[in-house]
Design a protein around this ligand. Sequence first.
Ligand code: AMP
Ligand code: MG
Length: 496
Amino acid sequence: MDALDPMRPHFNFDNSFARTFEGFFVHCQAAPAVAPKLLQLNHALAEELGLDPVALDSEAGLAIFSGNVTPEGAEPLAQAYAGHQFGGYAPQLGDGRALLLGEVIDTRQRRRDIQLKGSGPTPFSRGGDGKVPLGPVLREYLIGESMHALGIPTTRALAAVTTGEDVYREIPLPGAVLTRIAASHIRVGTFQFFAAHGGFDKVRELTDYAIARHYPDTADAENPYLAFFAAVTDAQAALVAGWMNIGFIHGVMNTDNMTISGETLDYGPCAFMDTYAPGTVFSSIDTQGRYAYANQPAILSWNLTRLAETLIPLVDPDKDRAIELLTDTIHHIQPLYETHWLARMRSKIGLSTEDPHDLELINDLLWVMKDGHADFTLVFRRLAQALRGNSDAVRHLFEQSGAFDVWARRWRKRLEQDGVAAETSAQVMDRVNPIYIPRNHKVEEALAAAVDQEDMMPFSELLAVLSHPFDEVAGNEAYAAPAPVTDIPYKTFCGT
Ligand code: AMP
Ligand code: MG
């Protein structure tokens, strides 16, 4: 291709990870794709990254997103990391089916990773093929973009391509590659790997790097490493609170899937809950319910404790003192989480002030929802309708509306004390309570059409609806409704 070709996609790569951590990654090339096809390109995100979406929406863009061409300035590499998977330590995981192409500075001066996922085997593949079938690629695209529109920090999808080759699981499936954008791919598991293989010095280098990249303010703290840990705990506590407030179940909260940046990472067996049931588990491999909806806050603390363990030598030369300081921060995770959770819950039920009894009021609503088998998303959304004079819409979501009516009287008293006009509260509620979430049956429908019929229409329509989750649109009722009730519980699978 001509170097002056105006259609040539140009990335301003600046690869700080590759420059800094030689020995903790492996240079690697993507496997060639025989007959690639561009299925989806995220124009808005491309612009945000300072890329030209028109230049990318081309044969040249396709060659890059499929891994067939390494764009100028990219240094494809597989990162090494370790991790606790379902509580058991795996000393060497790493990018087994992904390659970091490099980093770009976006239009808001933020450093972002560009990663190919599904681009073929790497030295970390551990016998796996390094590939991803189309279904999981589209699932990550859809749910990640939905999370972004919902205001939850997340990695995002820039492009999805098919490779033209089959990936063999139980059956042959079309292979695909997702181009993933992240604040970084540094995980709790990255710290675990650095601690195991590089010791104190290497963890310090990684921490200094993560501070500069994600939490620059903590560099000026009295104890920067402790402040860094506190900053990660705050970002992750806010993230998990965000998940809980919208009924999201990550499904595989292993320490290698928990970011340092505070973004949601790895949309494998994740799914949104319909009926409120705190014990909900969708993942077929989570047989013990370790990552059940209601367990996510506890796992947050468990995972961050694994991060703390790697930071002990940095926090204080006196080991006991370091442990004491870190433990103190760990003890603050749950109160911190509850503060984030309660703040969002208050706005979900229309409160603009704080009252010591709010926690009880909210928990009682959750009890009534649980007993009444009510839809999590719709209850909150329709509370606003009750404020506008239509109480039946929300009442009908409960199997018996009596308990809800009792709760609603207490709620209205509390709102009176708040003193805000009903319509004002309702409008605020409609900005925090989505009407459209990725309903499991809608996601499955869109994926099945794409995979079985090569029909991307249902995917595109669903993506368009999910991009505006708070704006109710007449005609889109089918996207708001929970799945029809069946006897077969919904099951999800890891994206392998
Ligand atoms: P996950 O549970 O999806 O976060 O993946 C855990 C680990 O397994 C990571 O190190 C992945 O790179 C690796 N892995 C998952 N699927 C594959 C695959 N098909 N080929 C190679 N490695 C894989
Ligand atoms: Mg992972």
